[in-house]
Design a protein around this ligand. Sequence first.
Ligand code: CO
Length: 203
Amino acid sequence: MAERIKELLEGNREWVKKMNETFPDFFEQLSKGQNPQYLWIGCSDSRVPATEVTNHLPGSIFVHRNIANMVVHTDMNMLSVVYFAVKHLKIKHIIVCGHYGCGGVNAAITGDNYGFLNNWLSHIRNVGMLHKDELELITDPQKKSDRYVELNVQEQVKNLSMVSFIQDEWEQGEYPYIHGWVYSLEDGYIRDLKLTRNSTAPL
Ligand code: CO
């Protein structure tokens, strides 16, 4: 176990070496402050890291991740991240990025008892309830899961657009834009669900 954790620290040293070779002033620049252009609300899944899958460097994306990329209105952690991003960092584009094959969504679909996790899954299960009619018609489990993932992103984009201080921002101007994307674990591509909202298209 101790050896395993050492691998991370060794990896860090290799990464610093590589970064210094490729971008000589990288650390000097970033140590002065951050100016990210995007806020990413994604899944905690280890396979969907925001900067890697968009080929961007540290410093470019402010990130909040949780199980199944949820926007829950009582989640102070999520709200604080979004508030800071919008009010202080002046971020103009918020991306809710789900991913096909999401374990959180698949757990919600089963209806099984996941103990403590049922608390969180209930928010995902609410999406299933909202779109019950459409989802019930899909018999293929894979297709049902994929569609559930898309509908979940759709609902989280909607939840985000109902956040008080986002609506305050829209009173002032067109930003922020809220985008709904889905990442495919199978081919690595991101699909834009074209759900984008802003002050001119809030709902
Ligand atoms: Co997931």
